[in-house]
Ligand binder design. Structure first.
Ligand code: FAD
Ligand code: SF4
Length: 402
C-alpha cells in the first residue's frame, strides 16, 4: 500500500510516453491514466508552441492526446494556478489534473485558502524546479555565449551546475550556470531567489534529482506528498500505467543534498538582491522602492498578470477608487502599489508574473518577495503551504505587530 512520504523511481510502461517524457515519462502516464479512467475531466499541462522558447498551457480531454504535452519546458515561465482560477472557473465544476512547479503549487494553495479554487476537484502533479529561464533573453544567451542560432537549439538541461545546450545537428555545449548568471543571463531573477525546489505541497512531487544507478536519466523520482497523491499513484500502478521501484538509498541522500545546496544558493541571491539588508523593516524597504514605483505608467499589467489579483471589482479602477480621491482618478504612485500590496503580498509566491510584464522594468517580484519575507518574519505565515489562512486578509488583530 502506497503511503504519504513514500518515494519511488518510476517509469512509464507505455513505450511512446517513455520516449517522449523528460525522464521516465511517469508524469505523462499518470495524467493519461487519470483521464482514461474518468478520474478527471481534463488535464492541464504545457506544450511547446511556436518553438522551444514558447510554453503554451494546454487543456486536454482526450487521453490519446496527453503524450503531446510530455517533456519539460524550462522557458515555461507561466503560472498554471492562474490559468485554473481565471480561465477554468477555479475548477468549481470540472475535475482536473494539473502539472505544477513549486510556485504554481504554492499559488494554488493560496487560491484554495481564498476559496477561489475547489481543492476537491484538483489533483496537483508537482514538478521539482531549479528555475525557469526568460524566453527572449535566453535566445540572446544562445547567440552570445553558446554561439548557436537560437532556432537550432533542440534541448537544454541544467545538470551538475551547468546549462547544457544541444542543437539539431547534435552539437553540445555546456557553460556553468553561475558564469551565465553573473553576466545577467541564465535563470529568471525570481527563480534564483526561490528556496522551494521540491513541491511537497502538491499531491506528488516528481523530478530527476536522486535517480542514480542503471535508471539514471531514464526514470522519474516521485515523492508522495498527500493521501490523494498516494491513492492516484496506487491506482496508476495497479492499472499498469507505470512501473515503480524502490529508490537507491544513496539517491535519496543525493536528492536531499542537491535541494539543500539550491536553498543555500537562493539565500545567496536573496542577500545580493536585497543588498544584505534582510533585517530591515518593511517601511524602510518600501521607502527605498519609491523611485521604482514612480516609474509606473499605470498600464495595470502587473494586476492582470498576478494570480492573486482576482477581484472582479478592483479598487484600483478610477470608477471604483477610494473616497479620498475624486471620482475618475486612479491612485497615484506609490498608493497604487501599496494598495495592491495589501491585497496580495501575504500570498505572493514570487512567481514573477508581475515583473515579467512590467513595461517600466520595475523589479516588482524582487520588491514583493522581500515584503512577503517580512510577512513571514512578523506573522509566522509561510505562503503556499499548510491550512492556516493568510494573516492580514483574515484580520487576526491580536497578532498585528502594531
Ligand atoms: P513528463 O512525462 O515528460 O511530463 C512532464 C510534464 O510537465 C508534462 O505534462 C508537461 O506538460 C509539464 N510541463 C512542462 N513544462 C512545464 C512548465 N514549465 N510548467 C508546468 N508544467 C510543465 N526536476 C529536478 O529534479 N530538478 C530540477 O532542477 C528540475 N527543474 C525543472 C524545471 C522546470 C522549469 C520544469 C518544467 C521541470 C523541472 N524538473 C526538475 C522536473 C523534471 O524536468 C521532469 O518534469 C520530472 O522529472 C518529470 O519527469 P517525467 O519524465 O515524468 O515528465
Ligand atoms: Fe505600473 Fe509596471 Fe504594474 Fe504597469 S506593470 S501598472 S507600469 S508596475
Amino acid at each position: 500500500m502506497i503511503e504519504v512520504n513514500d518515494m519511488f523511481y518510476a517509469k512509464s510502461s507505455d513505450a511512446a510516453i517513455a520516449d517522449a517524457g523528460e525522464y521516465g515519462g511517469a508524469v505523462t502516464s499518470i495524467l493519461k491514466f487519470l483521464l482514461k479512467e474518468g478520474i478527471v475531466d481534463a488535464v492541464l499541462a504545457v506544450e511547446e508552441g511556436a518553438d522551444l522558447y514558447d510554453a503554451v498551457p494546454i487543456l486536454i480531454e482526450d487521453p490519446d492526446k496527453v503524450v503531446k504535452s510530455a517533456g519539460s519546458i524550462h522557458f515555461g515561465t507561466l503560472n498554471l494556478a492562474k490559468v485554473v482560477e481565471k480561465y477554468l472557473d477555479g475548477a468549481q465544476d470540472m475535475k482536473i489534473a494539473v502539472t505544477v512547479k513549486p510556485c504554481d503549487a504554492m499559488t494554488m494553495v493560496e487560491l484554495i485558502k481564498r476559496e477561489r479554487v475547489n481543492p476537491d476537484n484538483v489533483i496537483m502533479i508537482g514538478l521539482n524546479c531549479g528555475g525557469t529561464m526568460p524566453p527572449v533573453k535566453s535566445r540572446e544567451m544562445m547567440e552570445k555565449f553558446y554561439e548557436f542560432d537560437p532556432d537550432s537549439v533542440v534541448k537544454e538541461e541544467i545538470a551538475k551546475g551547468k546549462l547544457i545546450v544541444e542543437t539539431a545537428d547534435g552539437t553540445e555545449k555546456e557553460i556553468p550556470i553561475d558564469d551565465l548568471e553573473d553576466e545577467g543571463f541564465g535563470r529568471r531573477t525570481n527563480c534564483r531567489r526561490c528556496e522551494i525546489n521540491i513541491p511537497t505541497m502538491a499531491d506528488l512531487a516528481c523530478g530527476n534529482w536522486g535517480v542514480i544507478g542503471p535508471l539514471a536519466g531514464k526514470a522519474t523520482f516521485i515523492e508522495v506528498c498527500s493521501p490523494k497523491g498516494a491513492e492516484v499513484l496506487e491506482k496508476a500502478k495497479e492499472a499498469g500505467a507505470l512501473d515503480l521501484e524502490e529508490p537507491i538509498e544513496k539517491g535519496i541522500t543525493i536528492r536531499k543534498n542537491i535541494d539543500n545546496a539550491m536553498v543555500k544558493l537562493a539565500d545567496k541571491w536573496q542577500d545580493a538582491d536585497w543588498e544584505d539588508v534582510k533585517g530591515r523593516e518593511i517601511f524602510s524597504a518600501l521607502t527605498e522602492y519609491l523611485p521604482d514605483f514612480s516609474r509606473c505608467i499605470k498600464c495595470y499589467g502587473c494586476r492582470e498578470a498576478c494570480p492573486i489579483c482576482y477581484c472582479d471589482d478592483c479598487c484600483l479602477e478610477a470608477h471604483n477608487g477610494p473616497d479620498w480621491l475624486s471620482k475618475g482618478e486612479i491612485p497615484p504612485s506609490p498608493m497604487f502599489h501599496l494598495e495592491r500590496m495589501i491585497h496580495m503580498v501575504e500570498s505572493c509566491t514570487n512567481c514573477g508574473q508581475c515583473e515579467e510584464v512590467c513595461p517600466s522594468e520595475i523589479p516588482l517580484a524582487k520588491i514583493w518577495h522581500e515584503v512577503n519575507a517580512k510577512v513571514k518574519d512578523n506573522f509566522g505565515y509561510v505562503k503556499g503551504t499548510g491550512e492556516n489562512k493568510p494573516p492580514m486578509g483574515f484580520f487576526p488583530m491580536d497578532k498585528m505587530p502594531l
